[in-house]
Design a protein around this ligand. Structure first.
Ligand code: E4P
Length: 269
């Protein structure tokens, strides 16, 4: 997640003798202003750092994905065996339908527990479409399969991550995404958001490329906290994404405006 690295870079930038423009250690020259086109065009690292948090939808409900996708709200999709069950659909069929609709990564999860069988399943899932991210559990076998998939250029989402130590292993195994589960940690009175923060710190310390995909999101506050920390991606159920638009004062304010407008007797069209 670039913004925070960029901030750190700015903080560490050396002042040239007698000058006030900070020098950028990456660019070996003055740091362009944040607003200037030069900042965005300065190089791949800076471009990467400026990527906004991505929104994945955590569902296999095609209609719900379509509604959000039509609004440009969907950067990717995550599914899991429970969500496939809920959809009542065949995994290969529904995943293909989702991949045809959404251009970003679509996670499809293996169900085997041994690396060899995970690899067989994962390669079959990867054949569905080029935007499949093969999802494997954060077990030793899952990490073994992750390494094999990543070596062949497949996107991998390592799921069921509940500790920073696990997240380090996912990064070392070449995962494209690691999915720490916020809600399920909260469910057992641990702090899911704190785990996102810890992984962010560790990944930034060593510039791990694995993206933090905050999962098991149960409410709007989880999303806001992830954005403040700098998670690369959040995946949330459609209802939680839609709930981001809600505020009691918005409803109250709109109600008052409409009442006052009615009293004017005017019409706009
Ligand atoms: C996503 O990849 C996860 O499978 C999902 O977010 C889990 O969410 P839950 O804990 O609400 O089931």
């Amino acid at each position: 997640m670039g913004v925070f690295l960029a901030e750190r870079l700015w903080g560490e930038a050396a002042l040239p003798p007698g000058g006030s423009a900070p020098l950028c250690p990456v660019l070996s020259g003055p740091i362009p202003s944040r607003q200037s086109p030069a900042f965005a065009l300065s190089g791949p690292q800076l471009l990467l750092w400026r990527l906004p948090m991505k929104f994945f939808v955590d569902t296999a409900d095609v209609a719900a994905i379509k509604e959000l996708n039509d609004l440009g709200m969907v950067d990717g999709v995550t599914t899991n065996p429970s969500l496939i069950l809920k959809s009542g659909r065949d995994i290969l069929e529904v995943t293909k339908e989702i991949c045809d609709m959404v251009s970003g990564p679509v996670s499809a999860e293996v169900v085997a527990t041994e690396a060899k069988d995970m690899i067989t399943e994962g390669l079959k899932l990867a054949k569905i479409a080029s935007n499949i991210a093969i999802k494997v559990p954060l077990t030793w076998d899952g990490l073994t399969a992750c390494k094999a998939f990543a070596s062949e250029g497949h996107m991998v989402n390592v799921t069921l991550c509940f500790s920073a130590a696990q997240a380090i292993l996912a990064a070392k195994a070449g995962a494209s995404f690691v999915s720490p589960f916020i809600g399920r940690l909260d469910d057992i009175n641990l702090d899911g958001v704190e785990l996102i923060d810890d992984i962010r710190t560790i990944y930034d310390n060593y510039d791990y490329k694995t993206e933090i995909l905050a999962a098991s999101i149960r409410n709007v506050n989880h999303i806001t906290e992830c954005a403040k920390i700098g998670a690369d991606v959040i995946t949330a159920p459609p209802a939680v994404i839609k709930a981001m638009a809600n505020h009691v004062l918005t409803d109250k304010g709109l109600d008052q405006f409409l009442k006052d407008w009615a009293k004017t007797g005017q019409k706009i069209v």
